[in-house]
Design a protein around this ligand. Structure first.
Ligand SMILES: NC(=O)c1ccc[n+]([C@@H]2O[C@H](COP(=O)([O-])OP(=O)(O)OC[C@H]3O[C@@H](n4cnc5c(N)ncnc54)[C@H](OP(=O)(O)O)[C@@H]3O)[C@@H](O)[C@H]2O)c1
Length: 246
């Protein structure tokens, strides 16, 4: 069981956790004894996923729980409702996983760059993590042992490797990495580590059935950053637990 100094379970919020990589991260953190708040924009899907994960936990195991929180990361009003609601459930937040993400232009290639798709994708993939992190700073600052923010990015956003694939999605992840750098530098004095990571190509609704990685493999670096990685590791872009080129 994962305990704080006060002997209470550590608390984690995972956004977009009703399916895919987010759901697996929620499951792994709950199995490790975290009190997991499963964020989802669709209440029915979120409640169902939280109930399924909670019922799969060993009732004899110490700690570990999964609760649902409605949060649409592309909707500032939804974030503004979710933050105080979370504060009624928990008095601090040890881990925030900014996982929710969309890809609209997976079949597009530059120079076919649709500005509307760029704008919409930014709302979810870039501004979402920024606004959610800002809204939850009061709870993150209260984490007794320091807090960890993990933003699920993609190698598609790596400037070093970027070519023409899915421009709106790729550009949104580049900008997400810049959000990570800004927040990591600004929150270092508060003992809040902020990192970006790429899960690899993973079999989910987004990744499709031909992706080589399972959700367990995709979740590994996220869970490691959320639990075992040193708090001094901040402002990095990682894959397979190792820093990669921006
Ligand atoms: N799969 C891959 O190969 C791969 C590779 C690199 C990076 N990633 C990144 O990994 C993360 C998870 O992707 P995935 O493969 O697990 O995708 P997925 O199976 O499509 O799941 C995406 C999740 O994000 C949620 N979501 C989307 N927009 C949201 C919003 N505005 N507010 C709240 N939740 C929202 C979805 O909710 P709904 O069910 O309501 O749509 C769903 O729960 C994403 O950030 C993605 O960019 C994935």
């Amino acid at each position: 069981m994962t305990l704080t100094k006060q002997n209470e379970p550590r608390v984690a919020l995972v956004t977009g956790a009703n399916k895919g990589i987010g759901r697996e991260v929620a499951r792994q953190l709950a199995v490790r004894g975290f009190r997991v708040v499963l964020g989802a924009r669709r209440p029915e899907a979120g409640r169902k996923a939280a109930a399924e994960l909670a019922s799969g936990l060993d009732p004899r195991g110490a700690g570990g729980s999964v609760e649902f929180l409605e949060i649409d990361v592309a909707d500032a009003a939804s974030i503004a409702r979710a933050a105080p609601q979370l504060a009624t459930l928990v008095d601090h937040l040890d881990v925030l996983v900014n996982n929710a993400g969309i890809i609209e232009d997976g079949k597009a290639t530059a120079p076919d760059i649709d500005a509307i798709a760029v704008r919409r994708t930014f709302e979810t993939n870039t501004l979402g993590p920024l606004l959610v992190t800002e809204a939850l700073l009061p709870l993150l600052r209260k984490a007794p042992g320091g807090a960890r923010v993990v933003s699920v990015s993609s190698t598609c956003g790596s400037l070093a490797e970027m070519s023409t694939y899915a421009p709106a999605y790729s550009i949104s992840k580049t900008a997400l990495n810049a959000v990570t750098r800004q927040l990591a530098a600004g929150l270092r004095p508060d003992r809040i580590a902020v990192n970006s990571m790429c899960p690899g190509w993973v079999r989910t609704d987004m990744g499709g059935p031909n992706a080589p990685r399972s959700v367990e493999q995709g979740a590994d670096t996220i869970v490691w950053l959320a639990t075992e990685a040193p708090l001094s590791l901040t402002g990095q872009f990682l894959r397979d637990r190792q820093p990669i080129a921006w």
